[in-house]
Write a protein that binds this ligand. Sequence first.
Ligand SMILES: [Zn+2]
Length: 509
Amino acid sequence: MNKISPLLLTAGLLLMNAPSFSQKSKNLPPEFSVKKSETEAHMRFLAADELLGRRTGEQGNLVAARYIAEQFRKLGVKPVDGTQNTGTKSYFQNVPFEKLGINESGEIVAEATTLKSGTDWILMTGGAMDTTAALVYAGYGLENTAKGWDDYKDVDVKGKIVLVQSGTPDVQTPSEIIASSTEKRKIAIEKGAIAVIELFNAPMPWNMVNKYFTGEKIGLAAENNTGKTIPHAWVNGKDANLTRALRNVKEIKFKTSGRQTKLINSYNVVGFIEGTDPKLKDEYILLTAHYDHVGIGKQGGQPYTAEDSIFNGARDNAFGVVGLLTAAESFSKVPPKRSVLIVALTAEEVGLLGSQYYAAHPLLPLNKCIFNINSDGAGYNDTTIVAVMGLDRTGAKAEMEKASKAFGLGVFADPSPEQGLFDRSDNVSFAKKGIPAPTFTPGFREFNGDIMKNYHQVSDNPETIDFNYLLKFSQAYTYAARLIADMAKAPQWIARDKYEEAAKKLYRK
Ligand SMILES: [Zn+2]
């Protein structure tokens, strides 16, 4: 072994270092040089008070969609065919919704007993009504020949109000009771009833039922298919006095201001970046994150004050959208081998509806989509890691670990399995179709009080965000997407995963 003089060594290192360093930074993809000020600016805009909690269909939600689309335009991300449902290209996929309003007032009068709306009963659906009519009891209000249910036998409800019990003669779980309620209304309409009063009795507290079902409700317009409806009230069936009052009269007065339905629009924001490999660019990786949140005041369903009534949704989910915008920026500069489809989703908070709609109306064939990385989160309490729901369920674990490590982050798999988080975000809409679809989430190991402190709270605002972490998270998300999009073989679900069958169908293997 020869000995090198320190001077020569220094000179040699300098010579070796200089080119190798610039070589290295030249080879690193653009996500390595994203500026913190950029990710911070996206966050401060999307979660700003002025966007009023980005509730689906409200102005702040539309402004957020516009912001994302204009970032795409600036970066040269391409629009996709069919986005406006008119065959023209734009960044907006129109998603039609139907909004069911709240019942402002009403009363049911049964002789000496007056039942107040919002206390003794709630209106599930139906327009305004102010009438006095005959009340006819029809058991469970169900018909099923196979099961021998025939509650309308010898009962004439034409032009009358029908009184029914909740549930079915079979087992009565809350979800069965709720599902059978719609069936009861359908049959009552067929029989010519003008309204349904249901003595609602399920193994759950009435105040919970009352809170959960009286608020404004948003559904996909196409699937709601309301058609003709009639006022349908759930009376607190746990209150024996109310039940007795209704069972003992032949006629009631039914007055309600009704729940108005209104068609509203919101958008999935869609952008495309073509891959570089002629053999692989036909396939694409799908990047998703929802940009909607819950809104302001009462809409949030959580405590608020006069000083702060805005549910900003910084963590949930401006955070994930910043990841999408970081990916858009990096991939528009240096695309991966496969193509990239970025879809910023609406209406996650009202039931994963934006992703459901997209999965049912995809703009590129789903069987060309090799993988979905969704990003969504309730919050974080460990900025040394990212958490990945479904990390061990697909063949892309190594890529997600490598990408996170590149930015000094560890990866934690599936925290709080008892919460069933994999199936609680938009990734599940794609997993159900067979696409391997984990969710990349800000760091936490446990869904504890630390998370709940900000989860769907007015405190989830940009002032409480760790911007160093936001940058690293967005970079790791983007780099993970790149590594997966560049894989020689598309990653699969691991054997016997519950979505493996769907994958076989989708990819026809
Ligand atoms: Zn949420």
